[in-house]
Design a protein around this ligand. Structure first.
Ligand code: DOR
Length: 292
């Protein structure tokens, strides 16, 4: 693969690798730091219509194969705009959520000067009134996407794997004017402590991320690639250059990395060095099944 700038779904990126929403995306300083370590773009923590504290703890638990979280979409709402002063002009995609198309449109409106584009979170697996309930209804996906794509900024839509027909969700986003589809958000999951005789998460249910969900993400990317004509951004358990290549062979035009960054903040530099090394994969070996 050639190093250097790429444009994916209307967003100009420094390379094919982005920070996934949530992880380390809560301050302008951490977003700037991740861009400095070699990420081609960053996605912020999701911002909603009103300030939100999130779920009672424990909110994040390490489990075999990944991380289980039920943060509960904590965010400062419109106040977050100030954080983005530190990353003005850089490839920052602002993740937003809401319960209705109007709420999506209101939140997006705060960031039209600061965002290189939006990522609509219609896919949190454990947020009352937001997230997966909305994101498993194609008509709602289409309406929320349209409410934001109207603003004429790149509009990416992040889907949940917790549905039987993710392709139908992708087509709905596309009808609403999505410029790219991001797949996947976390997989709804639960662990119980046999010693404590209670669920490990305060919220009982949460979302699983990390290597355990990588095969699910690859399958979703492939389903969406077959069903949609906008670019697909792969996300879910990516931890190596080989994982990035596999996502691209499934149809991804760019790849987001979340959980793996928590264990290794230098991971973007490491993966980029492998991915773009002279003896790395040739583009023609990938574009056979990905968007050129
Ligand atoms: O797993 C997730 N956790 N996905 C989301 O979209 C939101 C996040 C949270 O804040 O709970």
């Amino acid at each position: 693969l050639k190093p250097g700038p790429v444009t994916v779904g209307g967003v100009d990126l420094g390379n094919h690798l982005l920070l996934a929403a949530g992880v380390l995306g809560t301050t302008g300083a951490s977003l700037a730091r991740i861009l400095d370590t070699g990420a081609g773009g960053v996605v912020t923590k999701s911002i909603g219509p009103v300030p939100k504290e999130g779920h009672a703890g424990p909110c994040v638990v390490t489990v075999d194969g990944g991380v289980l979280n039920a943060m509960g979409l904590p965010n400062p709402s419109s106040e977050f705009v100030q954080e983005l002063d530190r990353v003005r002009g850089r490839p920052v995609v602002v993740s937003i959520f809401g319960g209705t198309p109007e709420e999506f449109s209101t939140v997006a409106g705060w960031f039209t000067q600061a965002a290189a584009g939006f990522e609509l979170n219609v896919s949190c697996p454990h947020a009352e009134g937001y997230g997966a309930a909305l994101g498993s209804d194609p008509a709602m996906i289409e309406a929320c996407t349209r409410a934001v794509s109207r603003l004429d900024l790149p509009t990416w839509v992040k889907l949940t794997p917790n549905v039987t027909d993710i392709a139908a969700c992708g087509r709905a986003a596309e009808r609403g004017g999505a410029t790219a589809i991001v797949a996947i958000n976390t997989v709804r999951a639960m662990r119980i402590s046999t010693a404590l005789r209670r669920p490990v998460l305060g919220n009982r249910f949460g979302g699983l991320s990390g290597p355990a969900i990588f095969p699910i993400a690859v399958r979703c990317v492939y389903d969406l690639y077959e069903a949609c004509s906008v670019p697909i951004v792969g996300c879910g358990g990516v931890a190596s250059a080989d994982n990035v290549v596999e996502m691209m062979m499934a149809g991804a035009s760019a790849v987001e990395i979340g959980s793996a960054v928590q264990g290794d903040v230098g991971i973007f530099g490491t993966i980029a060095a492998d991915l773009y090394s002279p003896d790395g994969i040739e583009p023609q070996e990938i574009v056979g099944c990905a968007h050129a």
